[in-house]
Design a binder for this molecule. Structure first.
Ligand code: DX5
Ligand code: ZN
Length: 227
């Protein structure tokens, strides 16, 4: 996985057909997805439940791009090895998920994954200073994590701008996650984001039987950001 700041669209399979992840992933990749975003929720750190390492391992066989695993779980550390073995390319933990995020990020890299750090909308960027050289990606949540289809929180645009300045020329992606559409994505790209997670805005209107809308939706987001 080489580093660059080109715009990458990462459909979140939280909005896909849960009984058909393999084909859904093949369809969005064929329709132009750059990464596949996989939301793991534990019903404790966030008020929703999805799935764990065995599902990620099953999904992995269908991903030909990058499997970007977003852990919305607490604790994180006991599960890092299992998600690494399941084939996560990027493994992202929340700053708010425990008292030892520094250790968690070390463990993620030691397990052979790119290390991601996610920040809830209410979390500032002051605590990120000491972590900047040990992360490959910072995910700025633009909704409160737990569900797809929520509205974009505009205060996070300025946060991304300030984070981008802090990162400087380090090879660290800024990912944004939640409420991303052709209207909100360009604000974030202008502020400095390069990985755009989108669930409902990519999967709406399509299905594995009719995947063309996935491509239209992905192109609409990309076009809005490059206009
Ligand atoms: C929310 C998840 C997101 C979610 C985004 O907790 O982390 O990845 O799928 O969904 P949309 O794009 O519909 O807001
Ligand atoms: Zn996510």
């Amino acid at each position: 996985m080489s580093f660059d700041r080109s715009i990458k669209i990462a459909p979140s399979i939280l909005s896909a057909d849960f009984a058909n992840f393999g084909q859904e992933i093949q369809c969005v990749e064929a329709e132009g997805a750059d990464w596949i975003h996989v939301d793991v929720m534990d019903g404790h750190f966030v008020p929703n439940l999805t799935f764990g390492p065995p599902m990620c391992a099953a999904i992995r066989k269908h991903v030909t791009t990058v499997m970007d695993v977003h852990l919305m779980i607490a604790p994180v550390d006991p599960y890092i090895e299992a998600f690494a073995e399941a084939g996560a390319d990027v493994l992202t933990a929340h700053l708010e998920a425990g008292p030892h995020i520094h250790r968690t990020l070390q463990a993620i890299r030691a397990a052979g994954c790119k290390a991601g750090l996610a920040l809830n909308p209410g979390t500032g960027i002051e605590d990120v200073d000491y972590l900047l050289d040990m992360v490959d990606l910072i995910c700025v949540m633009t909704v409160n994590p737990g569900f797809g289809g929520q509205s974009f929180i505009h205060s996070q645009v300025d946060k991304v701008r300030r984070l981008r300045e802090k990162i400087g020329d380090r090879p660290v992606h800024i990912e944004i996650d939640g409420g991303i559409t052709p209207l909100t994505a360009p604000l974030m790209v202008e502020a400095g984001a390069d990985v755009l997670v989108a669930g409902s805005a990519v999967f709406k209107g399509g299905s594995v039987a009719d995947p063309a809308p996935y491509g239209d939706n992905i192109r609409a987001i990309r076009a809005a950001c490059t206009a």
